[in-house]
Write a protein that binds this ligand. Structure first.
Ligand SMILES: [Ca+2]
Length: 379
């Protein structure tokens, strides 16, 4: 009996002496934990309007070793329309090694107002800029994007990052219908808005006479949705024109990218760049959505400050010149209203909304490098 009692004591002494002479055991355990944390993938729901810059953001997310892409949703209020988006998203995913991704679409029109992207841009978005890729057999959900966002969030125990690179229509509708889901969100990264930088609504050859000099397109097409989002209390990071102006797509970048092409995703993107050489030469093409995706992949790409963001929208009695054949009622059954195009969707710092992080600076050189290497990885 005495011998048996001494065994645990001896074992404890042995363990203690091992630990005392082997501090590396602690170090190894700690570094293993740190390694596990740093290699944990960020789970992402991507809300996109599937225009030229969204395609590269989608491929980048799907190919990033740091990202687990849970869902990709679109709507018809942004640049693309639902039907082509539901064809193009699965087809682009097939150019990557992505596993199952929930794909769905939402409403065809913004929450309110009568504003839309110029029709030629929408045609280009719907047709992948004329670059053909095979159709996919991946399933597409028949459910509304809002229901799919809710389902995906509730199927997962981890917190999820939202990335929105189109109108905020889906996100606003989801927040309104399922406010209890907010605690499942790590953060929402938005490509949209302009603060000190000029807006981008006036585009030569398309919208020359437009009176709005301050808004950015994603906020402009559905400012009521943006207002709901900025009031929500979600942790928000805003990748607006102030910071995306640092990541202009140049001919030098396109030529360098071409030299590195070695995957189907990169090959597709190289063809898109070839077809858009006029856009690159115009000096008006920036990595808007790509930078927002990079902020999701690595927060260092957003350096900025916290501030409340106010969204402007002013009712008017005058029907706008840009009135399209929108339905007279909104999706929640109210009469669709007219707003002043001059001020619609203008963001400003101030007001009572919870603070959001405004991205002001990034590392453009590293951003382009990481984009090129990720698009060409063969993981
Ligand atoms: Ca977009």
């Amino acid at each position: 009996m005495p011998a048996n009692k001494t065994l645990p004591v001896l074992w404890l002494l042995s363990v203690l002496s091992t630990l005392l002479v082997s501090p590396s055991l602690f170090a190894d355990k700690n570094s293993a934990e740190i390694s596990a944390k740093t290699t944990a993938k960020t789970k992402v729901i991507f809300d996109t309007d599937m225009a030229i810059d969204d395609w590269s953001a989608l491929l980048l997310l799907a190919k990033s070793p740091n990202i687990e892409l849970l869902s990709v949703v679109a709507n018809g209020a942004g640049e693309t329309r639902c039907e082509p988006a539901m064809r193009n998203i699965p087809a682009l995913l097939d150019l990557t090694q992505a596993g199952h991704v929930e794909v769905a679409c939402g409403d065809d029109y913004p929450l309110d107002g009568y504003f839309a992207f110029p029709e030629p841009w929408r045609v280009q978005a719907d047709t992948l800029s004329g670059v053909t890729i095979p159709d996919s057999d991946r399933p597409v959900s028949k459910d509304h994007a809002v229901e799919v966002i809710h389902k995906v969030l509730n199927n997962d125990t981890d917190k999820v990052t939202l990335l929105a690179t189109g109108s905020l229509t889906n996100i606003a509708q989801w927040l309104t219908k399922y406010p209890q889901d907010k605690n499942k969100i790590d953060k929402l990264v938005i490509m949209g808005g302009a603060f000190d930088a000029p807006g981008n609504i006036i585009v030569p050859g398309f919208t020359d006479e437009h009176p709005n000099t301050k808004a950015e397109w994603n906020i402009y097409v559905d400012a009521l949705a943006a207002d709901i989002v900025f009031k929500s209390g979600l942790s928000i990071e805003v990748v607006g024109l102030d910071v995306t102006n640092e990541v202009k797509v140049t001919r030098e970048f396109a030529q360098n990218f071409k030299k590195h092409v070695q995957t189907p995703a990169a090959d597709f993107w190289d063809k898109v760049l070839d077809d858009n050489d006029w856009f690159i030469d115009s000096g008006e093409y920036y990595f808007w959505d790509v930078l927002a995706a990079l902020v999701v992949i690595d927060p260092q790409y957003c350096q900025g400050e916290l501030a409340p963001v106010n969204v402007q929208f002013d009712l008017t009695q005058k029907a706008t010149d840009w009135t399209l054949p929108f339905p007279a009622t909104t999706s929640d059954g109210k009469t669709r209203q007219h707003y002043d195009p001059k001020t619609f969707g203008v963001l400003s710092i101030g007001g009572d909304n919870p603070p959001a992080k405004i991205c002001r600076k990034t590392n453009a050189t590293k951003a382009f490098e990481l984009f090129t290497t990720t698009m060409n990885n063969t993981l």
